[in-house]
Design a protein around this ligand. Sequence first.
Ligand code: SAH
Length: 456
Amino acid sequence: MRYLPIHFDLRGKTVFVYGGDRAAEAKLRTLLKTDANLVVISETPGEEIRRWAEQGRLTIVADADLSTASLIYAATEYPNENYRIAETARAVGIPVNAADQPAGCDFITPAIVDRSPVAVSIGTEGTSPALARALKSDLESRLPSSLGETSKTIKNLRDQLKVDEPDIAKRQALWATVLGSGLGDYAELDSDTVTARYNTARQLSAPQETSVGHVHIVGAGPGDPDLLTVGALRVMHSADVVVYDRLVSDEVMSLCRREAEFIYVGKIPGGVSTRQDEINRIIVEKAQAGESVVRLKSGDPLVFGRAEEEFAALDGAGIGFTIHPGITAATAAAASLRHSLTVRGENTAATLATGHDEQGFAELDWTALAKPNARATIYMGLRAARFIQGRLLLHGASPETPVAVVENASRANEIIVATTLSQLPDDLTSNGIKGPAVVMIGYDRRPSAVALKAAS
Ligand code: SAH
């Protein structure tokens, strides 16, 4: 190891950054996260740097006495100039980094995964910046954004424990119990869980394995794994049990931890289904057994997902849960249509409605939906299509109202049917649309740039 990774305290210290362009800006983006007193030496600083100066986050000067700095970055756009600054800095003994000049560097800035006060630095001693970026992106996706908060909670608990438990070996054993071996458990490391585990471990005279189960209610999105959130992916990677619905795609399923127990609770419209109270029972029991449960629901769990019933069951059993929102079918379908759900000056509301409720076809506010420019996305609306058409026409909607049906939004087998209200039921039949699909009233399909070019 030629370079020693150290975490250098910059509070109250001055850092010089030479240069006002892209290279300087890149260095400053990292340095702005620190407590350093930042001085930019440039006669022509770029817009971003000037904006930071206006915000009082750094000062810009044309020239300065280099010996007053603790660290120096030579980040002008001119390699020779950077080298020259590095030479001068070294002559007065101040550590210097020269952009794109490995030979002119006393130190290099690593790739950083910032969960302040937790920071992971990754360096390859310049051998492969691409490898450093890949490692960084892997860690970014696995370390929860709450890690910094968790570390502060741990500090408070440690301070308390030092008073309560003088035996250092016992303290260390307790922390090993609370934090485990780490790997794969990051998603569990939020402040509440750590505090609960800590309290349990303290209650038991000898430190031992604790079992606090937790349920993650996770939005699996419409099917394309690219639409998962980073947080969803993280908890899927570390799940003990995955309880999943029919509409969760195979691609998304394949991203769950392989060793997990998989429980299918799909509800098939008009077919065999798992009753909601059975689902509630499963997630409660698995969590009570100390497992980390991922309840994977298609789209966004909070949109036509009966999530409230699962929350109530978990609350009733005193089990903690975290909600991970997902991309709902309406937004994925709108993206496929290349249209916005709301259009300024046209619709002031974008309704998300269901075609079905417990009573049968759902009665919606037809007067509002029949108005020109009204826009609504109807879930579970295929069987109700003729009913919806009849109601809207009865309430004065134009037969020419555009309607788009998006089946399997975001998936490889996605189909878009762009039709009108008068043609809706026939076009569903002629295109063999079976679902899952959303019926989007008032939306059409924006032609692709290629199609537009061909037409002109
Ligand atoms: N929570 C889900 C909705 C569940 S209700 C969400 O936020 O998307 C089930 C209905 O969602 C289906 O009947 C269909 O109308 C819609 N849906 C789910 N996935 C879809 C997809 N990939 N494409 C189009 N519609 C979908």
